[in-house]
Design a binder for this molecule. Structure first.
Ligand code: C2E
Ligand code: CA
Ligand code: CA
Length: 441
């Protein structure tokens, strides 16, 4: 096999093929994307390949026929790749290829080479086999910003290819050309079912504590994998959910998922970890808001768990007296309050003195380029100093590289959240990451 598939022993590999497993492959992709900035993206294609269930041959041709075929298939696939590409085994009959597109490689060409390779027979003992496959392709950054999203898209695309028959290649589903108004209407109609059926789910972005030097929590970020439009950004669908009254059910789902995540953490021996849920001002202002939260905290055992609500400055402009009462009642339920996107809105610094806020999340606009901008540095320092004086923690959002991180650290904020530490990731990947991190302690 070629050099690129020889992975160091410490990394999880598939025992049969010695190829990278799914979870380390996700990590590898996210690491690759983590050093990107808005202006520089490491163009990458993912090819999701599913071939026939080979175990079916074992009954007729003998035990282990499938293993022999899989080994041959892995070797033949490896030979088609460049040294920058990575082949991983994602399941019994699934592979994923990460293709580096920086040297103007073409994923469709690679997919064609794979199909051509499969048109030749495989030989085990004296028997001849033909293997069918379907391939779905997604591209970074066009189809998503993190590994999990890109893999899901490639896999979904592969399912589209399968619908058209075996041995097919498909790119990400062609987004139907609709006006944005028509699209909004469709998205609003699809929202209730999507919350129910799991098309909408939550990614977890870890938060790193500078003082404790470990991941101490995560923010839950809504994701929607729409069957027709592909990935729909929360920046698009949250405002529509607010308009159509679905933002309440979305928050309920977030809290139910949070309770499941805490149960998983406990079973994996992870404690002292917080989860932050975004609360839309529209929901917060509803008369039913507090009762709903109180009910959920009891019903799903969330009481006593380390849970935070992220609210935005927007709510501060409205009905401040009622807001303070609501926030105090939430604090009585042991819910931490974080003020999100600080610095983009209307909050005057005075607000902070009387609002029951535990944490300030400094918006990423303060951070990007702080290493090159003395004014930003001064502003940032002022915010951190003032928060410390008021006994408010500071989370810095959108830390993207080591040079920003180095500067930020000197002002001693409490925590950081950003691509430099981790992209938003799937819950299971988060658990792996935390276990890995705990081991190093
Ligand atoms: P937010 O609450 O400010 O969330 C942070 C956003 O910044 C996320 O985008 C996250 O992926 C992105 N981000 C994190 N680190 C970095 C970084 O280093 N660089 C850059 N450039 N971006 C970074 P996302 O997930 O697309 O969410 C966008 C917004 O949608 C959120 O902004 C939040 O306002 C809203 N949202 C997401 N999920 C929910 C939800 O469940 N409920 C409500 N009400 N709003 C949500
Ligand atoms: Ca947030
Ligand atoms: Ca934010």
């Amino acid at each position: 096999m070629q050099q690129h598939n020889v992975i160091s022993k410490s990394v999880q590999v598939d025992p049969l093929t010695k190829l990278l497993d799914y979870v380390p492959f996700i990590d590898l992709l996210n690491q690759r994307f983590s050093s990107d900035s808005d202006s520089k993206k490491t163009l990458t294609a993912l090819l999701f390949i599913e071939f026939d269930d080979l175990a079916q041959f074992n009954d007729i041709f003998g035990f282990n026929t499938d293993d022999q075929l899989i080994i041959q298939l892995s070797e033949k696939l490896s030979l088609l790749l460049k040294s920058e590409d990575v082949l991983a085994r994602a399941g019994d009959n699934q592979y994923i290829i990460m293709q580096d597109l920086s040297a103007s490689e073409n994923p469709k060409e690679l997919a064609k080479h794979i199909m051509h390779m499969l048109s030749e027979p495989f030989v085990v003992d004296t028997n001849i086999f033909y293997i069918n496959a379907s391939i779905g392709i997604s591209c970074y950054p066009m189809d998503g910003n993190d590994a999990y999203r890109l893999i899901k898209t490639a896999k979904n695309t592969m399912r589209h290819a399968q619908k058209d028959g075996k041995n097919n290649i498909a790119f990400t589903p062609h987004r139907v050309a609709l006006s944005s108004y028509e699209k909004s209407v469709r998205i609003m109609e699809d929202l209730p079912a999507a919350i129910e059926n799991g098309e909408i789910y939550f990614a977890y972005q870890p938060q790193y504590s500078y003082t404790e030097e470990r991941f101490i929590g995560a923010e839950m970020l809504a994701r929607w994998r729409h069957p027709e439009y592909g990935e729909v950004s929360p920046e698009f669908f949250i405002p529509l959910a607010e308009k159509s009254g679905m933002v309440g059910p979305l928050t309920v789902k977030a809290l139910v998922d949070a309770s499941k995540a805490f149960t998983l953490f406990e079973s994996e021996g992870i404690d002292d970890f917080s989860l932050s849920v975004n609360i839309s001002p529209v929901f917060l202002m509803r008369s039913t808001f507090y009762k709903t939260i109180e009910f959920l905290m009891e019903q799903y055992p969330l009481s006593g768990k380390n849970i935070n609500f992220e609210i935005t400055e927007e709510v501060l402009m409205k009905n401040t007296d009622n807001l303070i009462k609501t926030l105090e009642k939430l604090k009585a339920l042991d819910i931490g309050i974080e003020l999100d996107d600080f610095g983009t809105g209307y909050t005057s610094l005075q607000h902070l003195a009387y609002l029951p806020i535990d944490t300030l999340k400094v918006d990423k606009s303060f951070v990007s380029g702080i290493d090159k901008n003395a004014k930003k540095k001064a502003l940032f320092k002022a915010i951190v100093d003032m928060s410390h004086a008021l006994n408010i923690d500071v989370i810095v959002e959108g830390v993207e590289n080591s040079s920003e991180d180095r500067i930020i650290k000197t002002f001693k904020p409490t925590k950081a959240q950003g691509y430099f530490y981790s992209r938003p990731i799937h819950r299971d990947v988060l658990v792996e990451k935390l276990k890995q991190h705990n081991k190093q302690d």
